[in-house]
Ligand binder design. Structure first.
Ligand code: SDX
Length: 427
């Protein structure tokens, strides 16, 4: 990548430092700072606000324009025309599948949905009241035990099999986390149901009677998985890449991504949004919470608002908002009190100078929780749903990294601790 250069002059260093500048297909150029260590200087960027950690061809975000592309396709078009498994194929392979490729992929996922029977016993070590995310982190990490030896990550077919297994097993494990928490028996996946219908079946079916997932809820579930499938180098994906750069087992890497996702500033926000809306309780309380969100001395933030990259509407939130209104109308819940509070909160915040000045708009988590609640999914399962949806993104980034020359990720630091000093001589 020859071309533009950046010239850095640093007080105390005689010569100007010339750094290569690389253009992407679109978006900001990057300055290659790798040679700076030879000048005994590091870059400093806590939170990686201005740092490109890698080169990737998978997903592109334009935060100012509110654009999100999976392999170049706008998220709005994929939400309208595609489905979750087709997007999984797209993220993993780079192109949309033809009919034969799609059928083969769907079949391959279908025949990996079961988990080893021993996994069932793994759950028994958890209290029934354990947060489902704590269980999911443990169970997904434990998958390493079942596939550790059958995986040579430098072989593409081994990596692709691990990707299929993870995409296929996450909904099964997610549903098992829910069933375990309510004391109901696990439901085995069914090969006669499509991906999202099968997930709802494993969540809400019981051995006592036949459960037929409603097409409206199945479509909403599929759209939620699709909208969460990938999002560039977010905190959890970066965690997966960092763990993967050590050569760790992909199941352990995905487990580390689930752990990072859990935080309320990231994937835990959908659960936090619902808790916030329930705490607001009535439209008359909204102003009090807006005031708290603006108070520097109050740690409260408006959950579901703001984003590190989007300084415009999160395009996923726009799709989610329409889906939310459709699902609630189809369920006869268009007057859902939480939706009314959410719509009023959104209107007030978008007109408030504090939020306008800071480009704080609703993000993907603002509406997803209301849909999930309408589908009947408990609040503590929301981030588990997010993790399930995000799995193809995590595995696609892991696969992309391992499939190309990579180095172990090992950031440096600005050290401001004590200078070297001697251990005090004992008197
Ligand atoms: C996801 O990275 C991804 O792509 C993530 C994600 C994905 O798909 O992977 O998109 C999913 O994580 C979406 C974000 C979900 N999180 C939330 O909804 C939690 C609430 N949002 C905030 O915590 C916050 O907006 C972040 C964490 C999302 C972004 O934080 P930044 O980019 O570090 O911004 P910041 O904290 O520096 O905030 C800038 C200013 C500050 O005020 P000032 O110091 O300038 O006066 O905006 C304020 C913040 O106090 N601010 C908020 C706010 N978010 C930022 N004030 C009130 N409510 C908020 N929600």
């Amino acid at each position: 990548m020859a071309g533009k250069k950046a010239h850095l002059s640093i007080d105390g260093i005689a010569e100007s430092i010339e750094l290569p500048v690389y253009p992407g297909t679109t978006g900001p150029d990057v300055i290659d700072v790798r040679s700076l260590t030879s000048h005994d200087v590091f870059t400093f960027d806590p939170g990686f606000m201005s740092t490109a950690s890698c080169e990737s061809k998978i997903t592109y975000i334009d935060g100012d324009k509110g654009i999100l592309l999976y392999r170049g396709y706008p998220i709005e078009q994929l939400a309208d025309e595609s489905d979750y498994l087709e997007c999984c194929y797209l993220l993993l392979n780079g192109e949309l599948p033809d009919a034969k490729q799609k059928a083969e992929f769907v079949k391959a996922i279908r025949y990996h949905t079961m988990v080893h029977e021993q996994i069932h016993h793994f759950f028994n070590g958890f209290p029934r009241a354990a947060h489902p995310m704590a269980i999911m982190v443990g169970v997904v990490g434990a998958l390493s035990a079942f596939y550790h030896d059958a995986l040579m990550i430098d072989k593409e077919d081994h990596r692709k099999t691990a990707a299929l297994r993870l995409i296929a097993k996450m909904p099964t494990i997610a549903a098992m986390c829910y069933k375990y928490s309510i004391g109901q028996p696990f439901m085995y996946p069914r090969n006669d149901l499509d991906f999202s219908a099968n997930f709802l079946y494993m969540m809400f079916g019981t051995p006592c009677e036949n459960y037929v997932p409603s097409p409206v809820l199945t479509d909403a579930m599929d759209k939620i998985f699709l909208l969460h499938a990938d999002h560039e180098q977010n905190a959890s994906t970066s965690t997966v890449r960092l763990a993967g750069s050590t050569g760790a087992n992909p199941y352990a890497c995905i487990s580390s991504g689930i752990t990072a996702l859990w935080g309320p500033a990231h994937g835990g926000a959908n659960e936090a949004v619902l808790k916030m809306l329930m705490e607001i309780g009535d439209e008359s309380n909204i102003d009090k919470f807006i005031k708290r969100a603006k108070d520097k001395d109050d740690p409260f933030r408006l959950m579901g608002f703001g984003h590190r990259v989007y300084k415009n509407f999160d395009p996923r939130a726009k799709v989610m908002r329409v889906t939310c209104q459709k699902v609630l109308a189809d369920l006869g819940k268009e007057n859902d009190p939480l939706l009314r509070i959410a719509m009023k909160l959104e209107k007030i915040a978008l007109e408030d100078q504090y939020f306008i000045d800071r480009n704080l708009y609703p993000n993907v988590d603002f509406y997803s929780g209301i849909i999930l609640k309408a589908i009947g999914i408990p609040v503590n399962m929301f981030t588990v749903i997010f993790a399930t949806g995000r799995t193809p993104g995590w595995v696609a980034h892991w696969h992309e990294m391992i499939g190309n020359p990579f180095k172990i990720a090992r950031p440096r630091q600005l050290y401001t601790g004590p200078a070297m000093r001697n251990y005090p001589v004992r008197k």
